[in-house]
Design a protein around this ligand. Sequence first.
Ligand code: WA2
Length: 283
Amino acid sequence: LNQGIKERREETLANMCDERARMLQDQFNVSMNHVHALAILVSTFYHGKQPPAIDQKTFGEYTDRTSFERPLTSGVAYALRVRHIEREQFEREHGWTIKKMETEDQDQTLAQECDPQNLEPSPIQDEYAPVILSQETVSHIVSIDMMSGKEDRENILRARASGKGVLTSPFKLLKSNHLGVVLTFAVYNTYLHQDATPEQRINATVGYLGASYDVPSLVEKLLHQLASKQTIVVNVYDTTNISAAINMYGPEETDTGLLHISSLDFGDPARKHEMRCRFKLRP
Ligand code: WA2
């Protein structure tokens, strides 16, 4: 084939893919910064006042009215760090028990699925992370111990030791049918310096502010704004484990034709992501 035409096609695909990857990355970064700011809001108004100056009603209203600042997120929530010795008093004060997160493989009746009050109490642990404040869109996680879910727990431990925003691997979020990721920031009871040790950070931790990203529906919404859906096929992958990449968005790969890979940086150096683009086959 004509070498010039081939090169132009490659360049067009590369430009379209890079543009989409940059848009997705920028929107993710914007929302990450706002989730970080929410962690500081909770630190200031929940932990910085006695009694707390923010309750569910205020948090719910504020997070709903500022949701435009967090593109791609499906909701934000705050989980409090509760030690086992504090559990009884905590449950008495809130009027509910700390619940265990239901996982996929567990037998789940429709009644349980619909009513969080039917969830099992969390079994005894050293500490818990029950959700006490939530955006209305994720109100189904209130009272659930986020440390009882594998991905959420790993995120919590990594967030509080590092002081950075951290991301989970893709997993099936509660009340969702697709893969998503959770972003977590730890909330500390004191101002910590950049070079604070992990141990200092863990000791100062009072809670966790998290956001969930329903990747397929939110990436779909983003790409929809661009008039390109007839031209290219886009996939988003978690490539942290390069030999077992996880398809987070887009159809099963059909290995035909020209391929362009654009890198994606979602701000957590422990996770790797990329966008893969192909021209659609003409029907
Ligand atoms: N948020 C929404 N849906 C979920 C979920 C989650 N985690 N986990 C599973 N499905 C309050 O890191 C603290 C949010 C966890 C934050």
